[in-house]
Design a protein around this ligand. Structure first.
Ligand code: NAD
Ligand code: ZN
Ligand code: ZN
Length: 344
């Protein structure tokens, strides 16, 4: 079958032919119908060899939906032909975190060598993929695969981050979304669907700000050195109760700390290498800073339910499998509007 692989450190990913995978006991083989392209892949591919957390070559793609093509021995609960979404942050399934559905924070994944598809295990940007357990599948029902696939990460990750701050997102509050790309443009819609907060979006180009307004941001502001001042002006000096940073670079993290309200939350989702120290005179009193990773199994079900209710419409650019390298190239240069989705 054809697959998109990251094969050599620093090289662009390429389409190659690999052996057709077969499901082992307990595993499920999917025919991939759609796979999403995430900026985290670019972050991983820009690491030097000694910081790469998995061996190469690697089939990319940690957002996947498909139809069940074959069931390994002992698998029950699914039938060949079922449409499913893949829950990506695979864990052991039995530790204290996994028992709560928080496989994204599995206590034993590293020790057991369990890694997400596309981030260590063979991923979704291929004609077929292996899912290690039916536990990691959520029925898609009548959801459109192209619309649904970004929800497995670009939806789930902001959904989880927003849920952490829901008690602070009361009427009259302000939520700032920094970076309105794949994750950020979904975050704006989730904030609108889940809260009464005013949503202020920040990005670096007018095109991205236009998309932010189109998907529901009340205000869209250029992300520059003055952004924190603008947010304080928009909030009568109070600042934002919640700042979600989908860039996470040193300048955006500094802005986030400068625009958050007393008792507010700064949530660093982007892998841009920034850090925000906490201390007196550094951030406002009682501001909390955290850096969450992906989301829980139950939350993926919740996000798909929200989409089914019509609350989220992902802005998608579609590519064939052969065009997948161009999708990464465009994402790398900040030219993707919304989420790039590969249709193998
Ligand atoms: P993306 O490229 O689709 O979107 C990033 C957006 O940020 C773009 O619109 C870009 O124009 C904008 N941007 C760049 N510099 C900016 C700045 N200085 N100020 C404001 N906006 C700026 O990327 P994505 O796939 O949405 O991923 C976003 C980030 O989240 C990445 O760092 C990715 O690695 C990370 N991520 C983290 C998790 C997690 O679990 N923590 C999960 C998925 C992705
Ligand atoms: Zn991702
Ligand atoms: Zn576990």
């Amino acid at each position: 079958m054809k697959a998109l692989q990251y094969r050599a450190v620093g090289a662009a990913p390429e389409i190659v032919t690999v052996a057709d995978p077969e499901p082992g006991p307990g595993e499920v083989l999917l025919k991939v119908t759609a796979a999403g392209v995430c900026h985290s892949d670019i972050a991983v591919m820009s690491r030097p060899a000694n910081q790469l957390p998995f061996p190469l070559p690697l089939t990319l793609g940690h957002e996947g939906v498909g139809t069940v093509a074959a069931l390994g021995d002992g698998v029950t609960g699914f039938q060949v032909g079922d449409a499913v979404a893949v829950y990506g942050p695979w864990g052991c399934g039995s530790c204290h975190m996994c028992a709560q559905g928080k496989e994204n924070y599995c206590l034993r994944a590293a020790e057991l060598g369990i890694r997400p598809p596309g981030l260590g295990a063979p991923g979704a940007i291929a004609e077929h993929m292996i899912v290690d357990s039916p536990r990691h599948l959520v029925p898609l029902g009548d959801l459109d695969p192209v619309q649904a696939v970004p929800l497995t990460d670009a939806g789930l990750t902001p959904y989880h981050a927003i849920k952490l701050s829901l008690p602070k997102l009361l009427p009259g509050s302000t939520a700032v979304v920094i970076g309105t790309g794949g994750l950020g443009h979904v975050a704006i819609q989730l904030l609108r669907a889940m809260t009464a907060a005013r949503v202020v979006a920040l990005d670096v180009t007018e095109e991205k700000l236009a998309l932010a307004r189109e998907v529901g941001a009340h205000e869209a502001v250029l992300s520059d050195a003055a952004a924190a001042t603008v947010v304080r002006e928009l909030t009568d000096g109070r600042g934002a109760e919640v700042v979600l940073d989908f860039v996470g670079a040193p300048p955006t993290v500094a802005s986030a700390g400068a625009m958050v309200a007393v008792e507010g939350d700064v949530t660093l989702v982007g892998l841009g290498g920034g850090a925000l120290p906490v201390g007196f005179g550094v951030v406002p009193y009682e501001a909390k800073v955290c850096s969450p990773y992906w989301g829980t199994r139950a939350e993926l079900i919740e996000v798909l339910d929200l989409a089914r209710a019509g609350a989220v419409e992902v802005h998608v650019e579609e590519y064939s499998l052969d065009e997948a390298p161009q999708a990464y190239e465009r994402l790398h240069h900040g030219r993707v509007d919304g989420r790039a989705v590969i249709l193998p």
